[in-house]
Design a protein around this ligand. Sequence first.
Ligand SMILES: [Mg+2]
Length: 234
Amino acid sequence: VTSLGLPDHVRACLFDLDGVLTQTASVHATAWKQIFDDVLRQRGERPFDIATDYPRYVDGKPREDGVRSFLASRGIALSERAVRAIGARKNALFTRMLHEQPVATYAGSVRYVHAVRDAHLATAVVSSSRHTGDALEAAGIAELFDVRIDGTVAEQRKLAGKPAPDTYLAAADALHVEPADAVVFEDALAGVEAGRAGHFGYVVGVDRAHQAAALREHGADVVVGDLAQLLAVP
Ligand SMILES: [Mg+2]
């Protein structure tokens, strides 16, 4: 599909939500910082760094995996109950922030998804977030996707979260497409890793945080700053 900047045999496009379609990755990062800094301050630890800690340990992962992964990086091991409590605090704060401000999309991404549909390729949203439905509705783009695999579906079906490929594989399966004929679009290191682990036909890294090299290392076949860059210049 040359006009979309993709290999010819591709039949489906699987999009991450936060940071690929909607400008919500920064809202997640801000909420995490506020919650983690409370924990770190009590222990005399340096604060959470959005530029480094967020992409490395938290972005793209299911909530509690993100908590465990980040705290482990600081040598902090907490009980499951404490991990769940931190996750719940972050979720409450994120939900409040989501309602205080409108959900903005990336215009280039929305244009690209329309072009994908015009080319008669199947589409899915694949996100660890349990807020996927709300965010898609709030952004007015819910009807652009044939299939939705979000945090709630993953929990019900006991699918391992990113960087495991399971949620992306479930989306390809729901679209009746082989992974080799599907493309993964991701802005998170854990997400491009999932694309590589699932042997998808192509992995597009979307660089929103000056981490193009890291996205390539973790599994992206190509890295763009905006999905519209993939559209053939007329
Ligand atoms: Mg993302």
